[in-house]
Design a protein around this ligand. Structure first.
Ligand code: TPP
Ligand code: MG
Length: 395
């Protein structure tokens, strides 16, 4: 077991975990009250993995996660008020109320989202790490994703490029044993996920994601390897979500006893007990942590409730950015000039020009009927690839 950190660090770790727990409980409650819309994925139970990781990252490092990331943003320092306002779809939310629960984002704190596409954050993480390298920055990218995401095709693509280009990146699998209702045994041919990137040249290790000190120790080393030696590694942290996959999950795929068993290893309770036993924190401090979390979360709800809904006429804002201009733009290269899509109906000349340009373009391309791949196949005549004898089908 990794050593306990000093008293003030231990206090901070406990306070962060308790705040995230309380925040998510409240988010669940507000969702039931229909104050928060869209989907809601809670990470209750996974706090040690989240806080352990962010607690050893530097301010300039990037973090990118999944759709289960309210806690990740808060752990990175985003104001819980703004996270709650985002859940409520209000203007003071982290994404102006446009993203909702799955798309929390805070570029200032280098928390780069918030992605609804499983595995979609992996190549983006490689891009972030590449940009740091390109700009000569010292920043490391930490990419967190689920056990289920390790089956996505871009997992392999990302691992390959990360190893090939020696990117300053750390991959962290939050293995909560399920991808929606499918257990790891049923969704992954190889269940030791720490080995899944080895073939690409990225070594991995397994850790107890319910122990915040273990997570800190491993992530600190992974981040160091990425920063100082440009060696990407992978950590598989075992953790568990107490709640269903999302707010609408009848949980028929697991037994109540299994959930109870994991609750016994609760990351917050076990860390608090350890701190008390070692005399690092006292009961008074524990109570203070709980009270502060309660007050912060209630203030966040109040703030979110008081925040305005985005005005309807801003519906098309921030959909596209072109240079300095924001909006929803037609960026077709044949377009006379970039313009807001919703203005097209008010600019008949531009629309006609665009249509004429499109027609002229199509004419240039028109060199006879296109071959139908379904009947002709993709291979062009005379360009069939050489096939070694042993791979040729026997007649
Ligand atoms: C590309 C893609 N496929 C499927 C889905 C639907 N989906 C949403 S979450 C999820 C499970 C992912 O599980 P895991 O990666 O283990 O993350 P966890 O939810 O356990 O945190 C699936 C299949 C999706 N969002 N994106
Ligand atoms: Mg999972």
């Amino acid at each position: 077991m990794a050593d306990l950190p000093d008293a003030s660090t231990s206090y901070e770790l406990l306070a962060r975990m308790a705040l995230i727990r309380r925040f998510e409980e409240e988010a669940g409650r507000q969702y039931q009250r229909a104050k928060a819309g869209g989907f809601l994925h809670l990470a209750i139970g996974e706090e040690a993995t989240i806080v352990g990781t962010t607690s050893v990252m530097r301010e300039e490092d990037y973090l990118i996660g999944t759709y289960r990331t309210h806690g990740h943003a808060i752990a990175r320092g985003t104001d819980p008020k703004r996270v709650m306002a985002e859940l409520f779809g209000r203007v003071d939310g982290t994404s102006g109320g446009r993203g909702g629960s799955m798309h929390i984002f805070d570029a200032e704190r280098r928390f780069m989202g918030g992605y609804g596409i499983v595995g979609g954050n992996l190549p983006i993480a490689a891009g972030l790490a590449l940009s740091s390298d390109f700009k000569g920055e010292d920043a490391v990218t930490v990419c967190m994703f689920g056990d289920g995401a390790s089956n996505a095709g871009n997992f392999g693509e990302t691992m390959n490029l990360a190893a090939l280009w020696s990117l300053p990146i750390l991959f962290l699998v939050e293995n909560n044993l399920y991808g929606m209702g499918t257990s790891v045994e049923r969704h992954s041919a190889h269940t030791d996920l720490s080995k899944k990137a080895e073939g690409y040249g990225i070594p991995g290790r397994r850790i107890d994601g319910m122990d915040v000190t273990a997570v800190r120790e491993s992530v600190a080393e992974g981040v160091r390897l990425a920063r100082e030696e440009r060696r990407p590694t992978l950590i598989e942290a075992f953790t568990y979500r107490y709640r269903g996959h999302s707010a609408a999950d009848p949980e028929v795929y697991r037994e109540r006893e299994e959930v109870d068993e994991w609750r016994q290893k609760d990351p917050i309770e076990s860390f608090a007990r350890r701190c008390i036993d070692a005399g690092v924190l006292g009961e008074r401090e524990l109570q203070e942590v709980r009270d502060k979390a309660e007050a912060t979360v209630l203030a966040a709800v109040e703030f979110a409730e008081a925040s305005d809904e985005p005005p309807l006429d801003t519906l098309y804002e921030n959909l596209y950015v072109l240079g300095e201009d924001e909006g929803w733009y037609a960026v077709d290269e044949r377009s006379p000039e970039p313009h807001r899509g919703e203005h097209e109906s008010e600019m008949p000349d531009a629309a006609r020009e665009l249509a004429e340009a499109g027609a002229a373009y199509a004419e240039q391309q028109d060199d006879g009927p296109r071959p139908n791949p379904a009947t002709h196949g993709d291979a062009q005549e005379g360009t069939e690839p050489e096939v070694a004898d042993e791979f040729k089908a026997a007649d």
